[in-house]
Design a protein around this ligand. Structure first.
Ligand SMILES: *Cc1c(COP(=O)(O)O)cnc(C)c1O
Length: 413
């Protein structure tokens, strides 16, 4: 079930103050989810959620997550700089990039971040760029297909560009030890947007077993397991939200099976959730600006794939509601389109909806992660504003809309 928790007047009042389209984020919901995650893993030694910055790279969001005790997972130099400017440092930062320019290691090391090595060749690169830290994390790719609980194939790690093969791990860890590493962490990301609550526990079991065997074989102690991201959110009505408290409990059971009862100083747990933290708490607020009847019935809105590319890029489903018509019967069938000269710029295809009039406010749900962040400027359409709907009921613009001058700023005339 997508998130319908905000009353519609929250959107109406925002649209009175700020020109559409814009992204609106619900501070209360984001904070609550961060607290839920922290509670779910409160049993785990040295637990930290490293919010995946790429999901919603806005300083105000990162700062409020820091207040909730979260760190950040960065995947580029720019994200590292943003993290530093938001006050994150040292073990509050995880750097998980792949095929990155080597100098990015230098910056990660200067900040004292945990570095998550995506490939065996990164060992030498890191040694030359900032040096091997005492604690180093390696990223496992289990290969083949990933399935659990008899649910069929959930992911295809063997086709993914990320991580080390199992066979590369022992020689790699042995070399890391030789180069001065004192302990290691292990990370894996085997499937994305998993709304099956069994995903994290199944992944955890694999990582716990693989890493504890490698610790014995290599003589390098295991410091932590990083379960990465991938816990999903329900974009459609037929899927229930993941009960993160239950997930935490099931990961705990797997932990006890492999490591025994958790104790201070024992193997730590980290997560890098992105979508799960902010996804349901963000909305694209847009207005119907055009109606067209040809071979199909189109409603044009003032947002386009620049604000949210997931439907165009992956055929992703996003719930769309019409403010004031939430309970009206869905008697019409529309394609809801943006203005790009690109036919896949559609937020919905053949969607049953109540009758829409020009000027109606439309809310595209579950746009709090991998939404604004994936925006681009095709057709010279510019990125729009981000608004934080604060816990105190106020609104704060946390990113202004781009102007043509922003678009021109990098050009030679
Ligand atoms: C994208 C990413 C995440 C976050 O993924 P979600 O699906 O948003 O939870 C976490 N870790 C790494 C390394 C990633 O690339």
């Amino acid at each position: 079930m997508p998130n319908f928790s905000l009353p519609s007047d929250v959107f109406t009042r925002a649209a009175e103050r700020f020109p559409t389209p814009f992204h609106l984020y619900d501070e209360r919901g984001i904070r609550q989810t961060a607290r839920d995650i922290n509670r779910a893993f409160s049993w785990a030694p040295d637990f930290k959620e490293y919010f995946a910055v790429k999901a919603l790279p806005n300083p105000q969001i990162l700062k409020l997550l820091r207040e909730e005790g979260c760190g950040v997972d960065c995947s580029s130099e720019t994200e590292l700089i943003m993290a530093e400017r938001c006050g994150f440092s040292g073990p509050e930062i995880m750097f998980s990039a792949n095929a990155m320019p080597p100098r990015e290691f230098d910056l990660a090391r200067r900040l004292g971040a945990f570095v998550n090595l995506d490939d065996v060749s990164d060992i030498d690169t890191l040694a030359a760029h900032g040096g091997i830290p005492e604690t180093v994390c390696v990223r496992l790719n289990t290969g083949g297909a990933f399935s659990f609980g008899g649910n069929g194939i959930m992911g295809n790690p063997g086709e993914a560009k990320y991580g080390w093969t199992k066979d590369q791990l022992l020689p790699g860890l042995t070399r890391l030890k030789f180069l001065g590493a004192k302990r290691f962490g292990m990370h894996a990301f085997l499937a994305s947007n998993m709304t099956d609550p069994g995903y994290y526990p199944a992944l955890a079991e694999i990582l716990f077993k693989t890493a504890s065997a490698l610790a014995k074989q290599s003589g390098l102690p295991l410091s932590f397991i990083n379960l990465s991201g991938g816990v999903g959110i329900p974009y459609t009505r037929d899927i229930p939200p993941v009960d993160i408290l239950q997930v935490g409990e099931d990961v705990r059971k797997a932990y006890v099976r492999v490591f025994g009862e958790p104790r201070p100083g024992g193997v730590g747990i980290k997560t890098e959730l992105g979508r799960f933290v902010t996804g349901p708490h963000g909305f694209v607020v847009t207005r119907a600006v055009h109606e067209k009847n040809t071979y199909k019935h189109y409603i044009g809105v003032d947002a386009c794939a620049v604000q949210l590319i997931r439907p165009a890029m992956y055929g992703a489903y996003h719930e769309i509601s019409v403010v004031g018509k939430e309970n009206a019967p869905a008697t019409e069938t529309y394609d809801i389109t943006g203005c790009l000269c690109e036919n896949n710029d559609k937020f919905a295809i053949d969607r049953k909806m109540p009758p829409i009039r020009i000027g109606d406010l439309l809310i595209i749900h579950d746009a709090g992660a991998h939404a604004f962040a994936m925006g681009y400027q095709y057709n010279g359409r510019l990125r729009t504003a981000e608004i934080l709907y604060q816990e105190d009921g106020g609104y704060r613009q946390i990113r202004r809309a781009e102007t043509p001058e922003d678009y021109f700023a990098t050009l030679e005339w």
